[in-house]
Write a protein that binds this ligand. Structure first.
Ligand SMILES: Cc1cc2nc3c(=O)[nH]c(=O)nc-3n(C[C@H](O)[C@H](O)[C@H](O)COP(=O)(O)O)c2cc1C
Length: 191
């Protein structure tokens, strides 16, 4: 699969095989994040790798999964992520929000993960205060988001959007993700 095909085929994964991710590969994902584009090259992002059982257990209830289909999108006990990367913005490194930098870093993590056959869920509906406390994150660092990672145990499909943006599950437990058409989003030379 070439890189463009990877981009087209990527889907958010919320069910995982209970198989650990080699620690070296997790580090490579953070290394990919480190090299992402950054406004004024300030590089405000820092990352916490979470692969210890106790920490994963305590992080899980601080995350909200697939709100449109709650509780169907929440991974069952045996399908939980193998690891997480908590994405931080160090406020001492940038005067702005840092959200664009964090987003670029997250996408590097997600696509680098695909190179190692990993699926990912980018999570923004998270208990930031709880996460700060759990990991002892200092005051000057904001929690941007969490990336949940593991070997995919589902194969969601993208489909043309009709009247709703809400993803849904069919009777075979397959997640369908409506996407706006190219014609709907593409403007040529004027709006
Ligand atoms: C900034 C951001 C925050 C997100 N937060 C969550 C989240 O908290 N929980 C969740 O289950 N999915 C979350 N998602 C995943 C989206 O639901 C998902 O990207 C969307 O449904 C489209 O599906 P796709 O990624 O397969 O194209 C988030 C995605 C983005 C970009």
């Amino acid at each position: 699969m070439n890189f463009y095909e990877m981009i087209l085929s990527r889907r958010t994964i919320r069910r995982f095989h209970p198989k650990p991710i080699p620690p070296q590969e997790l580090e490579w994902l953070v290394d990919a994040a480190r090299l992402a584009p950054s406004a004024a090259n300030r590089q405000p992002c820092e990352f916490i790798l979470v692969d210890e059982d106790e920490k994963k257990e305590r992080l899980f209830p601080l995350l909200k999964w697939a709100a449109y289909i709650d509780p169907l999108g929440t991974p069952k006990e045996a399908e939980r992520p193998a690891a997480y990367i908590v994405v931080l913005v160090n406020r001492q490194k940038t005067p702005d929000v840092g959200a664009h930098d964090a987003a670029a870093a997250v996408m590097n993590i997600i696509y680098a993960g695909m190179a190692f056959n990993l699926g990912a869920c980018w999570m923004g509906a998270i208990d930031r205060a709880g996460i700060k406390q759990l990991f002892g994150i200092p005051e000057h660092c904001d929690v941007d988001s969490v990336v949940a990672l593991g070997y995919p145990a589902e194969s969601p499909v993208a489909e043309p959007m009709k009247d709703s943006v809400k993803y849904w599950k069919d009777f075979s437990d397959v997640l369908h993700v409506p996407k706006r058409s190219l014609a709907d989003v593409l403007h040529r030379n004027r709006y």
